[in-house]
Design a protein around this ligand. Structure first.
Ligand SMILES: [Zn+2]
Length: 443
């Protein structure tokens, strides 16, 4: 397998949900790499840090799916941290990162000459480049917006990054759909694939209530896994102005090429390096101070790793590990996860069921897990929103302790409680521990 195919191997595996196993890898790779996008922003619309966040995030999400992306924006000095980009000028640093992502998928600069699939404008930047489709993105503090030309307005948010991150996700979703639409002749169920990857024309996707407070100090957070969810969540949190936070990234493995399709803070030069070390070093220089702990969290290391911070983010696919973290009963557990085309996150705290109440049965996965840039990014973003809100005591209502969305159909986002289960082994074991503690105290 060549490096390009290896980098996109998990994306290809997920695309096979739609086209089966018979279609050659080259056909799927070509659908991704022949999807041509231009990202357009003028100086007025890209002046603020959240606007720069939207631009950088959309560009790198699309590159991680193998699309050919042109950057048409002024090469301004970035006004806030944009890891994994180094500080400096927007286009220069994006181009440098592009050379260090998927081999052969570097960014183009300026306006492409031949026709492209999708042009994405920031704010009310005019799009004058011929394109099969044109969309615009914008943001509010907690909402991402996708629209057509008739409803554009100047870039709307200048401080808080979460809505801008959602806007970038909405843009990258549409680019990936353009790639999937090229594969409709191969679809196992053409109607189904066509519906899932149909264009979205006008969306306002709300991550949290409009007046949710902003945070600066995340406190101490332990992160179990240095994988896709942890990467995306830290990527989002690192963009909070003046952010402070500390904790551990607990992860035993090294990164490989097949992680580049979705690890938002990983560059190709970080392959074969410990995921935990690479992730924590990428954040150096910002306000997030995490320590790499190169261990697997399992029953043999529980005592060594204890005690957890008050808040733990769990980004592991392995469901029994989520239970094991929960059984240490940190005050708050946030679980982020993906399954095929869907992303989810949940917050387990007083008033809600635990991580096992929600993920009640093991679902053992073997071999390479199918994943895609946008899906993993959305799971990390909604996890980051839980972490940011709880950090200022803004616990989401019990009715909104889990979020489930299929990013390519962002019109529908499902929010629900996490009901406690009477038969949950983790909750039952806690109950018996507490009874035991009380009886010891009584004697
Ligand atoms: Zn439970």
């Amino acid at each position: 397998m060549n490096d390009l195919a290896e980098c996109l191997s998990r994306t290809l595996l997920l695309m096979r949900d739609e086209v089966g196993g018979e279609v050659a890898d080259e056909v799927l790779l070509s659908a991704l790499t022949c999807t041509r996008v231009v990202l357009v922003a003028d100086g007025r619309n890209i002046a603020s840090p959240p606007a720069q966040t939207a631009f950088v995030t959309a560009a790198t999400l699309m590159a991680r799916s193998g699309h050919k992306v042109w950057l048409s924006a002024p090469n301004i000095r970035m006004s806030g941290p944009q890891p994994p980009l180094s500080p400096g000028r927007l286009i220069d640093e994006l181009v440098a990162v592009g050379l260090n992502l998927i081999p052969g998928v570097e960014f183009g600069v300026g306006e492409p000459t031949d026709e492209i699939d999708l042009a994405i404008g920031l704010g009310d930047t005019p799009i004058t480049i011929p394109a099969r489709r044109r969309i615009w993105i914008n943001a509010e503090a907690w909402a991402g917006i996708l629209s057509g030309e008739d409803t554009t307005r100047p870039w709307g948010v200048h401080f808080w990054p979460m809505g801008a991150l959602a806007a970038a996700g909405l843009a990258a979703n549409e680019a990936f759909k353009a790639a999937m639409q090229k594969l409709l002749p191969y679809a196992l169920d053409r109607d189904n694939t066509s519906d899932r990857f149909a264009d979205s024309d006008s969306i306002r996707l709300r991550l949290a209530p409009v007046n949710s407070p902003f945070c600066r100090d995340l406190g101490e957070v332990d992160i179990v896994s240095g994988g896709a969810i942890s990467n995306a969540a830290l990527y989002c949190l690192a963009r909070i102005p003046g952010v402070n936070g500390r904790g551990r990234v607990i992860e035993p493995e090294a990164a490989d090429l097949s992680n580049l399709n979705r690890y938002m803070l990983l560059l190709r030069s970080g392959r074969d390096v410990s995921k935990a070390t690479d992730l924590t070093q990428t954040l150096v220089g910002g306000g997030l101070h995490f320590r790499a702990l190169r261990r697997r969290y399992d029953s043999s290391t529980v005592d060594e790793i204890a005690p957890f911070a008050r808040v733990v983010l769990v980004g592991v696919d392995h469901i029994p590990t989520r239970w094991l973290v929960q059984q240490a009963w940190p005050e708050r557990v946030v679980v982020g996860a993906t399954t095929h085309w869907s992303a989810m996150a949940s917050l387990h705290a007083n008033g809600s069921g635990c991580a096992q109440c929600l993920h009640y049965e093991d679902d053992p996965a073997e071999g390479l897990i199918p994943t895609q840039a946008c899906v993993s990014f959305w799971a990390g973003l909604i996890s980051a929103v839980y972490l940011a809100r709880q950090a200022v005591g803004d616990l989401p209502s019990v009715a909104e302790r889990q979020i489930f969305l299929t990013p390519f159909r962002p019109e529908t986002i499902y929010r629900a409680p996490v009901p406690p289960r009477a038969d949950c082994p983790t909750c039952l074991s806690r109950g018996s521990l507490e009874v035991g503690a009380h009886s010891r105290a009584a004697s």
